[in-house]
Design a protein around this ligand. Structure first.
Ligand code: HEC
Length: 155
């Protein structure tokens, strides 16, 4: 009989399976592109490793401002600008401690970093939470890096 309990169980099951893995869902979506997506491929937001980054000197003020806005909407929940850890490590000193390429890969290729990079794996051991992919483009990631450099006192 299709009673309320069955419906409830179905909903619970749906809720559970829908949260278990966003990655799986994304993967599935990738594997079966809709015809419109196939016709107009979306720009690659992650997946290609960043090998070189050119640093500007002095800082690009526009990028710092945009980077700050992105930080506030996508990163602030887990990262403070001090050295205090929340969910992820605080950002104070991050640009002194890490190479710019490393930082960009952490932002745009976090899955790869957690799989291959020892430093990233150490952070995961400390934080016990995998940083989720924030779907930040490489361009935006570069602006966030500029904001991090400003946060570390560069002019
Ligand atoms: C849901 C929480 C969460 C969000 C949101 C998040 N991060 Fe993270 N981040 C982490 C965790 C946790 C780590 C440590 C590595 C790990 O455990 O996966 C981390 C590590 C990092 C690191 C390395 C820090 C270091 O000390 O070397 C950088 C850089 C970074 N995140 C950038 C970002 C940026 C940029 C954003 C926003 C676009 C962002 N993160 C959003 C959780 C988050």
């Amino acid at each position: 009989m299709f009673n309320k309990t069955t419906l409830f169980l179905a909903l619970v099951l749906f809720a559970l399976t829908s949260c278990t893995s966003k990655q799986e869902a994304e993967q599935a979506a990738k594997n079966s592109p809709s015809p419109s997506e196939a016709a107009t491929p979306q720009p690659e937001v992650h997946g290609s490793e960043v090998k070189t980054v050119e640093l500007t000197n002095p800082l690009n003020k526009d990028w710092v401002a945009t980077g700050k806005t992105i930080y506030e909407s996508k990163c602030l929940a887990c990262h403070k600008l001090t050295d205090e850890k929340v969910v992820g490590p605080g950002w104070a000193g991050v640009t002194k401690k890490r190479k710019p390429e490393w930082v960009l890969n952490m932002i745009t290729n976090v899955e790869m970093m957690l799989e291959k990079d020892e430093e990233a794996q150490k952070l995961l051991e400390q934080c016990l939470v995998r940083m989720p992919n924030q779907n930040v483009t490489q361009e935006d990631a570069r602006k966030i890096l500029e904001f991090m450099r400003a946060n570390d006192g560069e002019k």
